[in-house]
Design a protein around this ligand. Structure first.
Ligand SMILES: Nc1ncnc2c1ncn2[C@@H]1O[C@H](COP(=O)(O)OP(=O)(O)OP(=O)(O)O)[C@@H](O)[C@H]1O
Ligand SMILES: [Mg+2]
Length: 220
């Protein structure tokens, strides 16, 4: 499903990832962990082509990501759900409109948009808050809207960067349960996190990067 083959990446002259090879199976839920600056976010960015590797190959389903032309990137991204701290909810749009935005950009008709957005909000149990503005929701609820927004276009892969970073233990648990549920329906899920509590006893594979390499891999 996702393949890193001998991938290296540096920023300016500074190496971040050095000859990383990794196979992520279709339908897997995988954690990427390691110290701050290890390259976790960079790995996710390479997958959705916001950064390019200096050498090696990355494939996602049938896309050879490392070779995609600029014009092919939007099509790749339509198939990837992204939960990143820098993609905040728009404060001047309702919960419904925040989730709908990705679909309206794709030119879908209103009836279909309503159907898919309601379905995504139902999934995260926020249908009753659809008409509110994000700032009237708790942090945990806002993160669930972000998940609905990422899932509304039914991506084959979900990438989450520190998805529980700002949340307390109880909300983090709820978010993890949602990821498990999404993964249970067949979506491949990749979670970059510092938080060992997320993967301890999870039964999912954990890839630990350190010093530019995959230092160890184990089942959490
Ligand atoms: N656009 C950039 N330009 C230059 N250096 C960068 C850039 N993005 C990241 N880096 C550097 O690359 C290294 C890896 O960054 P990355 O964000 O992938 O780490 P991370 O493992 O996600 O860290 P954290 O746990 O703090 O989020 C860091 O040393 C960072 O400073
Ligand atoms: Mg990071």
């Amino acid at each position: 499903m996702i393949l890193f083959s001998d991938v290296s990446k540096r920023y300016d002259k500074k190496p971040v990832l050095n000859s990383i090879s990794l196979i992520i199976k279709k339908g897997e839920l995988l954690f990427i962990t390691g110290p701050s600056g290890a390259g976790k976010t960079t790995m996710l960015k390479l997958i959705y082509c916001s950064e390019r590797p200096d050498s090696g190959h990355i494939t996602v389903s049938d896309w050879e990501v490392s070779k995609l032309g600029q014009s092919e990137i939007p099509e790749l991204r339509r198939n990837i759900g992204i939960i990143f701290q820098d993609f905040k909810l728009l404060t001047n749009r309702t919960v419904f409109d925040n989730v709908a935005l990705a679909l309206s950009i794709h030119g879908m008709n209103q009836g279909k948009i309503r159907h898919y957005v309601n379905e995504a909000l139902e999934e995260v149990k926020l249908l009753d808050k659809a008409s509110l503005y994000p700032q009237f929701l708790s942090g945990g609820e806002q993160q669930r809207v972000v998940i609905a927004r990422a899932m509304v276009s039914k991506p084959v892969v979900l990438l989450a960067d520190e998805p529980t970073g700002d949340l307390d233990v109880e909300n983090a648990k709820t978010i993890m349960e949602l990821f498990s549920k999404i993964n249970g329906k067949g979506t491949t899920v990749l979670i970059a996190t510092h938080d060992e509590n997320l993967f301890r006893n999870s039964g999912h594979r954990v890839v630990h990067i350190n010093d530019h390499y995959i230092e160890k891999e184990y089942v959490g």
